[in-house]
Ligand binder design. Structure first.
Ligand code: PLP
Length: 440
């Protein structure tokens, strides 16, 4: 075994077919703007902007500089009982961008931690108000809320849950998902059919009694399950039902927040304000791991009771509000503002939609879905080997066309940079077409 191969052997990769990968590794060693590079100098166009993370491009000079300065000035400070100036500034900045009434921010280090934090806040909120019986949590089939026990339990992606089935947290139920290829295939933007699926929440309120339900968590547009936009009116209806039953609504905006849907938050794009918003990824442009849970005044105020010398929520992370991450976050917010990134993203939507939907008559393709700058091309699985066609397309894109795309089973997913250039989008989709043409 060569040194490189044995080193690779030590690395157990996340959400990756390790043995298949190690037989032919795809290793990135550099990035700049919209391109990755490898040690041999190959440039690859990134069609997934990191992992939905890096909307303004890789190694943005302004963010790099902010991180370099901060790490030399304050590398770390205790996050409990003292804090740092950058965390304070970022909390203020982000809540000012959030929908009205969402004025408080709790920092985490990832999307998964944001979700579990949000679920704990929801339970604590009800208990603080004397409704400690509200413990039931409602997620949705095909929802992805990270990989910690809370998020996995409210999540609805079967392979993520399968081997942990017996250990998932109790008292969770799920709404049905809204993917309906039979009725909605090739919808541009929001699909016409399915608003009635919001009534599932009424059904679950009838089953468990709404007074026992603490919170409902959904992604405004399901991402990891293959880009599933909601039917028009669906999120509004969930909000109404939550209000009727005193249930908190959580939007998991780990993907949607910070411009992916052309607005600071998906909540604003849809005109529906939840009680809690979870974020990560675009908070720092992916440069330093960081997440944030944004909560309404009502939720926050419920905790701010009792003796003032007492901790209100026994929860937090060593790295909550890490100064270097917060500096990256502040620089990212500057770039969003100064470069008009969200407006740019909105202006790209139509072109992105047209490019995606030009695959409607491509062989194997059974659906194309898009909203904002989230897109998916779903292919029929090969008989007996689901996921093989998508996996082959991913690898061929990398090796033959020098583009990085993501496949979730047989669904190709696309997360263009918020500041993509139209000609880059055209060229990269032309490359995807050559790949899809070439696979059986
Ligand atoms: C909606 C949503 N929630 C939570 C997560 C988990 O985030 P992380 O991988 O940072 O833990 C993701 C990751 O893609 C996500 O898309």
């Amino acid at each position: 075994m060569t040194t490189a191969a044995s080193k690779l052997d030590a690395y157990w990769m996340p959400f990756t077919a390790n043995r298949d990968f190690k037989a032919n590794p795809r290793v990135i060693s550099g990035a700049s703007g919209h391109y990755y590079s490898t040690d041999d100098g190959t440039q690859l166009y990134d069609m997934f902007s990191g992992l939905w993370t890096s909307g303004v491009g890789h190694c943005h000079p302004k963010i790099v500089e902010a991180v370099q300065k901060q790490v030399a000035k304050l590398d770390y400070c205790m996050s409990f009982q003292v804090t740092n100036n950058k965390a304070i500034e970022l909390a203020d900045r982000v809540t000012k961008m959030a929908p009205e009434g969402i004025d408080h921010c709790f920092f985490t280090n990832s999307g998964s931690e944001s979700v579990d934090t949000a679920l704990k806040i929801a339970l604590g909120y009800h208990r603080a108000r004397g409704e400690g019986n509200r413990t039931r949590l409602i997620g949705r089939e095909k929802g992805y809320h990270g990989v910690n026990f809370g998020g996995m339990s409210v999540g609805g992606i079967v392979p993520n849950r399968k081997i942990f089935s017996a250990a998932l947290i109790p008292g969770v139920d799920h709404l049905r998902h809204t993917l309906d290829i039979a009725r909605n295939a090739f919808s541009r933007g929001l699909p016409e059919h399915g608003i009635e699926l919001a009534e599932d929440l009424e059904r679950l309120c009838a089953l468990h009694d709404g007074s026992n339900i603490a919170a409902v968590i959904v992604e405004p547009v399901a991402g990891s399950a293959g880009v599933i936009p909601p039917p028009p009116g669906y999120l509004e209806r969930l909000r109404e039902i939550c209000d009727q039953h005193g249930i908190l609504l959580i939007f998991d905006e780990v993907i949607a927040a910070f411009g992916r849907l052309g607005a600071p938050f998906g909540a604003q794009r849809f005109g529906v304000t939840p009680d809690i918003i979870t974020t990560a990824k675009g908070l720092t442009n992916g440069v330093i791991p960081m997440g944030a849970v944004l909560v309404s005044d009502t939720v926050y105020d419920a905790f701010m009771q009792g003796p003032e010398n007492m901790i209100e929520i026994f929860h937090g992370y060593t790295y909550s509000g890490h100064p270097v991450a917060a500096a990256a976050g502040l620089a990212t917010m500057d770039v969003y503002d100064e470069e008009g990134i969200f407006e740019h993203a909105t202006a790209l939507e139509q072109h992105f939609e047209d490019l995606l939907h030009s695959f409607a008559d491509q062989k194997h393709v059974i659906d194309v879905r898009n909203f904002g700058l989230m897109g998916a091309i779903e292919m029929a699985p090969r008989e007996g080997t689901p996921g093989a066609r998508g996996g082959e397309a991913h690898k061929k894109c990398f090796w033959d066309e020098k583009i990085v795309v993501r496949n979730g089973m047989d669904t190709m997913q696309f997360s263009p940079f918020l500041n993509s250039k139209p000609d880059e989008m055209e060229q990269s989709f032309a490359a995807v077409r050559r790949v899809l043409d070439s696979i059986e």
